[in-house]
Design a protein around this ligand. Sequence first.
Ligand SMILES: Nc1ncnc2c1ncn2[C@@H]1O[C@H](COP(=O)(O)OP(=O)(O)O)[C@@H](O)[C@H]1O
Ligand code: SF4
Ligand SMILES: [Mg+2]
Length: 355
Amino acid sequence: MLNEQMLATAHNNFATAEPSADYAMEVHDIAKTFPVRNMLGRRTGGVSAVDHVSFKLPRQQTLGIVGESGCGKSTLARLVMRLIEPDQGQVLFRDEDLLQLGKNGVKDMRRHIQMVFQNPYSSLNPQLSVLDNIAFSLWANGGGKAEARSEAHQYLEAVGLPRTFADRLPGSLSGGQRQRIAIARALILKPEVVIADEAVSALDKSVQAQVLNLFQDLKSALNLSMIFISHDLHVVEYMSDEILVMYLGRVVERGPAHRVFANPLHPYTQALLASAPSVDMEAPPKPETLLKGDLPSPLNPPSGCRFRTRCPLATERCALETPVLRPFGQGQEAACLLLKEEEAASIPPSLINHS
Ligand SMILES: Nc1ncnc2c1ncn2[C@@H]1O[C@H](COP(=O)(O)OP(=O)(O)O)[C@@H](O)[C@H]1O
Ligand code: SF4
Ligand SMILES: [Mg+2]
């Protein structure tokens, strides 16, 4: 289905930066608190949406970011793209700190880092044909129309749609087909990094699987590095090489995907995994590990460990001290005060003694 060679050649001809390091992007200590104001415009508080988050995106790999709705995933992506201004931090990309760039620098950077959102319909122009929706970003960035359209045909094919779709309007397409157009439109700019934010969440399960497979195919054909954001653990597990688990604006666990899923260390990750609807209907989750209650308000997050109000293992200490990420071997890190290193490294999660 994919004309991989042609597409990869078009892609690589465009890319100017040779892979120079192990990481496509590094984010250091980024934070954002949205101010809350009263009727008079006076600041009365703040929503701590992203609280000192750091991560590295390994080149040509997929970093999955997972956590419940409201835990700061989209804000983190928007900070990285500089669609909103962070309070602090660094986003290192192509040897520059994106947060220090001027307007033109940011514009240039955005063509190398493309986003795919949950609802493609809102970002597609309903008046433009499918082909012109794909070609648009290329000619908006200075390309000739004929050339852009000819390239758009390649990308239409690459995302698995027949050429006969070229003249159709987005309104006549299914959700999955529209998402394929959104992907083609992101890729035609030959990005190095693609950030997919809940990109399959609005699709039916069967269509989800097709679009996930498309992402996988395109990632390897085009040597992309990806940040794949979802509240759905199974989706993130399927897609990711590395995992970042977020809770109320903070990273609580990270590591290689196979390690985190086989041996989740943080009580939140364990509860999230136990609470995720099983693909295996024969194996119901254990009730004692299920995630209970709602995410607390980020307007007034709990002191110390932000998970303590829902953590079955919380002690008084958890209200007083803020846990930091600590290494537990084989690249896995978790931020829990009570987790003991030697136990975490060797014992299956269900047997870990946290006290
Ligand atoms: N522009 C904004 N102003 C105020 N609060 C915001 C804004 N954007 C997001 N938030 C809040 O920040 C928190 C994190 O939101 P978000 O990043 O969208 O979470 P997620 O993508 O994980 O569902 C939420 O409490 C949300 O209400
Ligand atoms: S620090 Fe305390 S509250 Fe937080 S996850 Fe660990 S045991 Fe639970
Ligand atoms: Mg979101």
